[in-house]
Ligand binder design. Structure first.
Ligand code: GFB
Length: 314
């Protein structure tokens, strides 16, 4: 019999990768609800849905996400929405007797000046990066809520902390997106319009680690096979790149050959956040998609979405 898994947030970039992976594995039956069918910010509605569906387990991929500018402009939305989603889904899962839940957080939960690569033990050891403090606090609360239910009630609620993600179904909003979709969009538009230069935000010196979203999905289903996973486990690629070098790689993938300049009026954010992934690797998982290959796949998806009129820009 297949394992019935509720993928909360299945229409987002991460959620749709999880659905693809579940179907490909063949041993899972995804349980899904669109935003219109289920308002995850309504605890009663979530309870009712789970009572009716009775899935065997839950993956928590629902989140309000955005890039550095969006996070720093709308902190109330990021904190309130993500906190509400976490409390509702974790609480409702517990109340209906679900025994296993995987909560997805983010590498921004770690302190701004954490040791690099960042081990899981760095959590709450220092001050957070201010541009994404609101999102980070909601994700820390969610992770701790899962650990608390596990400790107090013996349910297997545990968490994965992915590094910066990219891939099919990303949000390409020019201001609110993350750096990879933002620059894919900007370089593509500049190529189409024959622009001689494109500005990237900040100094270009921050270092970031990027994981292709299908690799995250495979890590999540791997984590669900572990009998006694740590309360939270880092999921990363294993190496990072400067934003300037990333922009060169994106320009190459897109086929843009103009000049790249720096817009120093925009924030840099945290200087570096490379995850220590030795714990996850010790359980037998590793990523499959090098950045160069992932960027080509992401650009192909961008073009497909653009031409079919289903490009996400919200
Ligand atoms: O991807 P990004 O917005 O997220 O920015 P963070 C990464 C870096 O790329 C920053 C630079 O140093 C940006 O200044 N950058 C250069 C750009 N050009 C661009 C551009 O056109 N768009 C964007 N967005 N950045 C986020 C958090 O931080 O990381 C979230 O805000 C979340 O909470 C996510 O955790 C994973 O890595 O700085």
């Amino acid at each position: 019999m297949k394992t019935r898994i509720f993928i909360a947030g299945h229409s987002g970039m991460v959620g749709s990768a999880l659905v693809r992976e579940a179907l490909q594995l063949g041993t899972y039956e995804p349980v899904l609800a669109t935003r219109r069918e289920l308002d995850l910010t309504d605890l009663r509605a979530v309870l009712h849905f789970l009572e009716f569906q009775r899935p065997d387990c839950v993956i928590f991929a629902a989140a309000k996400v955005g890039g550095i500018l969006s996070n720093s402009t709308f902190p109330a939305d990021f904190l309130y929405e993500n906190l509400t989603l976490a409390t509702n889904i974790v609480r409702a899962s517990f109340l209906v007797g679900i025994k296993r839940l995987l909560f997805l957080g983010s590498s921004c939960i770690y302190p701004k000046f954490a040791p690099q690569p960042i081990p899981e033990s760095a959590l709450l050891s220092g001050t957070l990066e201010e541009t994404n403090e609101a999102y980070a606090i909601a994700k820390i609360a969610g992770l701790k809520l899962c650990a608390a239910y596990r400790k107090q009630h013996g349910v297997l609620f545990h968490s994965a902390m992915p590094t910066n993600l990219y891939g099919p179904g990303d949000n390409y909003h020019p201001d609110h997106s993350h750096v990879i979709p933002g620059l894919i969009h900007r370089f593509h538009s500049a190529k189409e319009r024959g622009l001689k230069e494109v500005a990237i935000w900040g100094t270009g010196t921050p270092m970031r680690e990027f994981l292709y979203v299908d690799d995250l999905a495979s890590a999540c289903f791997h984590l669900l096979t572990l009998d006694n996973p740590a309360d939270w486990i880092n999921v990363g690629f294993g190496s990072d790149v400067s934003i300037y070098d990333l922009s060169l790689a994106i320009a190459k993938a897109v086929g843009y050959s103009g000049q790249i300049t720096l817009d120093s009026t925009k924030p840099d954010g945290t200087p570096r956040k490379l995850l220590d992934t030795s714990l996850l690797r010790s359980t037998g998982w590793q990523p499959q998609t090098p950045l160069e290959d992932g960027l080509k796949l992401a650009y192909a998806d961008y073009q497909k979405a653009l031409h079919s009129g289903r490009l996400r820009t919200i």
